[in-house]
Design a binder for this molecule. Structure first.
Ligand code: PFF
Length: 467
């Protein structure tokens, strides 16, 4: 069946632009900030191995599913799912998965913008030379003084949200595209420079062992975290890749493209891990220190090398740009949907949605200071509390949104997308979109999408329930 639909929102100039946009979406804070601190929290190698498995067997097949659904439907994720379901004679309620994903993406954006704001603040601090000669205690205190200050956090959060809205509002990725072509390779080069610095700390081996030593006893602890992170880092399960797929040219090969994006993403995360952990050990820091890990270790590195101030400055600019190219993809599914639904201008729709995300993000801003004691989802001896002030257990606002999105909404969304592409769309439609030359490869791919990825998600959910 020929498919000549085009999206009303535009189209990428070539397959390369899709790779750039999808890689821009995938590579972000998830790789440089989240991957190292989660690896630290979940005990190192066991987490990394689980994560790699989840990327290969679950994340990539789902990314493929999203891309092909998007390219076939050529609309926002919600409308694409609805129209393809109707075309295939399935229930239009499949679009609920896309709706849930769209909301999840907005929730991710709400806290992502706050953390990206930290990077903006660090650009300034680096530029001022605040970190010259700094030690672990000083770097910890500097990070603490940032997160303790709701005004400073709000300022950067607002600025970052504005930057995201401006790009999406214009509806052209071209502005960002041009800078990404230069910035992404540069980010990688600077990560390699940091890796070089890590060699000189004398703790490289220790860092390496921590990352790659597989301890089976720790697997169950982090299994849901590893899968959630695989979804987060590849930007799948929310429809972001689906809308990007909708702007993809018909001729491009989806399989090779998705593989390239996945490999690049993994490479950046592993490089960041190998660069960071030796610094953690050399400085006597706790690998399980949580979200502040990168913001405490990197100033130590940059504060103590030649040209560290300039390199640090460039580095945090690149982190901010990597975050920027990810954040726009979180907003796009909802913007595309509401433009289609209301017929209003892209600019207006963007403004409203960005404001909404900004407001939810204020919860994350406050969860580091004034609301630090506000704990949600508390299971205490006297029963369950949705919100309890000062409770021992429970999660802060930031932790709750992070948990809800990465651990629940993204995997569930991904599960639905894989099942839809694998079982509902029809074999011929999938074959037509994938256009693979080798029939064996096509069979393997279909099997990964139909069986392996969905079963993988379910196993991990069950493992978590019986823990
Ligand atoms: N993949 C991004 C990262 O690793 O930073 C995060 C992300 C982007 C999640 C887009 C979800 C999304 F829709």
């Amino acid at each position: 069946m020929a498919n000549d639909k085009v999206s009303i929102h535009g189209a990428w100039a070539s397959r390369w632009v899709f790779i750039l946009a999808a890689t821009g979406s995938a590579v972000g804070l998830g790789n440089i900030w989240k991957f190292p601190y989660m690896t630290g929290m979940y005990g190192g190698g066991a987490f990394v191995v689980m994560y790699l498995f989840c990327i290969a067997l679950v994340g990539l097949p789902i990314m493929l599913a999203e891309t092909l659904i998007g390219r076939r439907g050529r609309q926002s994720s919600v409308n694409t799912m609805r129209s393809l379901a109707l075309e295939a004679g399935a229930s239009k309620h499949w679009s609920i998965a896309a709706l849930m994903g769209m909301i999840a993406a907005l929730l991710v954006l709400s806290f992502y913008s706050v953390v990206a704001g930290w990077a903006l603040d660090y650009i300034l601090s680096m530029g001022r030379g605040d970190f010259a000669g700094i030690d672990a205690a000083g770097a910890g205190a500097a990070f603490g003084s940032l997160t303790d200050d709701p005004w400073r956090l709000t300022l950067w959060h607002s600025l970052f949200m504005l930057l995201t809205a401006v790009v999406i509002g214009k509806g052209v990725v071209a502005g960002l595209e041009r800078s990404l072509r230069v910035m992404m390779p540069l980010l990688f080069v600077l990560l390699l420079v940091l890796l070089g610095y890590s060699f000189t700390t004398g703790h490289f081996q220790e860092g390496f062992n921590f990352l790659f030593h597989f301890d089976p006893s720790k697997v169950q602890d982090g299994i849901l975290a590893a899968m959630g992170h695989a979804f987060f880092t590849l930007s799948v399960g929310v429809g972001a890749i689906m809308v990007y797929g909708a702007y993809m040219p018909k001729k491009a090969s989806i399989g090779a493209t998705v593989l390239a994006v996945g490999l690049l993403d993994t490479l950046v995360a592993l490089t960041a891990g190998m660069a960071l952990f030796p610094i953690v050990f050399a400085a006597g820091l706790e690998p399980g220190g949580g979200p502040g890990l990168m913001f405490v270790t990197l100033p130590i590195a940059f504060g103590n090398v030649a040209f560290g101030q300039v390199m640090g400055l460039i580095f945090f600019v690149l982190v901010a740009v990597a975050a920027w190219s990810s954040s726009i993809s979180m907003l796009e599914p909802a913007v595309a949907y509401f433009v289609e639904k209301t017929g209003r201008s892209r600019a207006k729709v963007t403004a409203v949605l960005a404001l909404l995300c900004w407001l939810v993000g204020m919860g994350t801003v406050l969860s580091f200071n004034l609301w630090a004691q506000a704990k949600f989802f508390v299971f205490a001896e006297d029963g369950f509390h949705l919100l309890q002030w000062g409770a021992e257990g429970g999660k802060t606002f930031f932790d709750s949104i992070d948990y809800l999105t990465s651990r629940i909404l993204l995997p569930l969304g991904g599960l639905a997308f894989a099942l839809f592409a694998g079982w509902m769309l029809g074999r011929e439609a999938v074959r037509d979109e994938l256009a693979m030359r080798s029939p064996h490869l096509f069979k393997l791919t279909l099997w990964l999408m139909r069986v392996v990825a969905p079963v993988g998600v379910l196993i991990v959910f069950i493992a978590e329930l019986i823990k």
